[in-house]
Design a protein around this ligand. Structure first.
Ligand SMILES: Cc1cc2nc3c(=O)[nH]c(=O)nc-3n(C[C@H](O)[C@H](O)[C@H](O)COP(=O)(O)OP(=O)(O)OC[C@H]3O[C@@H](n4cnc5c(N)ncnc54)[C@H](O)[C@@H]3O)c2cc1C
Length: 461
């Protein structure tokens, strides 16, 4: 295949599509190279539900206002300062114009669902979810004459004397062919799909991690660029990981595998021991730490135990819980010692105090004299039937990425490469050094996808 394009876009998720649409709107000849087959197109973006958007007044489905300072403070809180302020503020400011732009491309929004706790002000939800969003962008690409190749894995991005010349692409697993372009946008996500790389970063425990999203984000382009001297940002051992149902598939289980029962439960490890305060804060502020907590336990597994009093207090799980009339029986069914679990529950129950229980806010109903404590929602587990869920770490995405400038240009030690841009998870580590702010992944991809598309189009015009 020798047809020369103006711009090659590597990847087929949100960031790639935003770049492709923006560039094609200027008349540039664009090709999208998506390693997944057509049915699985859209990477992790197809699993998403919303994006976080600054706004100075009501905007589309967003109520009230959510201004730059509050947004930035929220980001500082979760990243503990591990963010590039210039890049972060740029992302936040530009998010405001993204929403109407997305609507113009055919993306539809809906008010936040009840039960998602106060996101109606900060996060705009996609009607039909991320899959509808990526479909809207693919339709738009088709209208704009963008060529899309599926099953097209980019193996190598050729840089000569600081200048991009072509990509080597394996079509349907065949021998790599060359596609030349005047510029390239790299939007191929993180490396969590490469289990060997995860094991090198995390050690052997990574074998027990589940990957919540696409298996196609294997970091091939990231590694290729780092090998060619591109500068990196972010820590290879940092990733977004949540505790998900232990019965979830290895890849692509998506949002439905999340479990929201932890605050109303006790969580024990394989030895039947508790290891962390399950009631530290409301779940939306804590769910992201439980992936790491479970990852640190023997065999990277945990068990969340509730009784019938709590069974209706959280979003129903996709897999039914294990049910038993006794704690001993529940332990046996879960594969842990029933006697030990019964002792742990008895100790916990003895440490619970009388008080007002309030499931939707921090109620201060804490244990007394227990290590570790449970500081909210601590009610005795004493009303059969008893329910148990196994928990595993579910990796959302990794943070190691390419360093880019505010114009999304990829950097080497010698400075920016003149015709190489990057957007989305592959460069998000600049802004998300650690932690995660719900909806911010799609904001970074949309903002930097559009910047990369604009800059690449200006370069080739
Ligand atoms: C279950 C789940 C729920 C989430 N919910 C939200 C949410 O509600 N809001 C939010 O903001 N974020 C959410 N996220 C995070 C969000 O998905 C990402 O931040 C975002 O999708 C990143 O977009 P991207 O375009 O960079 O990557 P992706 O959408 O993952 O796209 C990467 C693309 O690159 C392709 N690719 C990879 N390697 C190659 C190669 N060598 N050659 C060619 N193509 C390649 C892949 O096939 C894929 O199409 C969620 C993630 C998961 C897993």
């Amino acid at each position: 295949m020798t047809e020369a394009y103006d711009i090659a876009v590597v990847g087929g998720g949100n960031a790639a599509l935003c770049a492709a649409v923006t560039a094609a709107e200027t008349g540039a000849k664009v090709v999208i190279l998506e390693s997944a087959p057509e049915f699985y197109r859209g990477g992790n973006s197809r699993h998403t539900r919303n994006f976080r958007c600054m706004h100075r007044g009501p905007l589309s489905v967003l109520v009230d206002s959510y201004e730059e300072e509050e947004y930035f403070e929220d980001l500082l809180l979760v990243t503990k300062g591990e963010t590039d302020e210039e890049m972060a503020r740029l992302t936040i400011r530009m998010s405001e114009e993204c929403l109407p732009w997305m609507e113009r491309q055919g993306v539809r929004f809906q008010p936040s669902l009840s039960g998602t706790l106060s996101l109606s002000r900060t996060n705009a939800f996609f009607l039909g979810g991320g899959k509808a969003l990526v479909n809207a962008y693919y339709n738009r690409c088709e209208d704009l004459g963008v060529d899309v190749f599926y099953d097209a894995e980019v193996k190598h991005v050729n840089i000569e004397d600081g200048h991009f010349t072509h990509v080597d692409v394996s079509m349907k697993g065949g021998e790599p062919t060359r596609i030349a372009a005047k510029a390239v946008v790299l939007a191929s996500g993180g490396f969590q799909g490469d289990l060997d790389w995860l094991t090198r970063a995390w050690g052997p425990s990574a074998a027990n991690f589940l990957i919540r999203g696409t298996p196609y984000n294997r970091g091939v382009v990231l590694k290729d660029m780092l090998d060619q001297g591109a500068e990196s940002v972010g820590d290879p051992t940092q990733c977004h990981a949540v505790a998900i149902d232990g019965r979830s598939p290895k890849f692509d289980g998506g949002i439905v595998t999340r479990l929201d029962c932890v605050p109303f439960s006790i969580v024990v490890n394989q030895n039947g021991d508790r290891f962390y305060d399950e009631g530290e804060d409301v779940w939306p502020k804590r769910y992201a730490i439980w992936g790491r907590l479970v990852a640190a336990q023997p065999d990277q597994v945990g068990y969340s135990i509730i009784d019938s009093k709590s069974a209706e207090l959280f979003m129903p799980s996709v897999f039914p819980p294990i049910v038993a009339d006794t704690i001993e029986g529940l332990g046996q069914q879960l594969g842990i010692s029933g006697d030990k679990l019964a002792r742990t529950v008895a100790e916990f129950n003895a440490a619970c105090r009388e008080g007002r229980f309030h499931p939707t806010e921090k109620d201060g109903l804490a244990t007394d004299g227990l290590t570790p404590p449970k500081t909210n929602w601590a009610r005795p587990i004493d009303t059969p039937p008893y329910y148990g869920y196994s928990l595993r770490p579910g990796v959302t995405f990794t943070y190691l990425g390419l360093k880019v400038s505010p114009t999304a240009q990829v950097h080497t030690a010698e400075g920016p490469l003149d015709n190489v841009w990057a957007a989305g998870e592959i460069m998000a580590g600049s802004i998300l050094g650690q932690g995660y702010l719900a909806g911010f992944g799609m904001t970074i991809g949309t903002v930097f996808g559009r910047i990369a598309g604009r800059e690449a189009a200006a370069y080739v015009s």
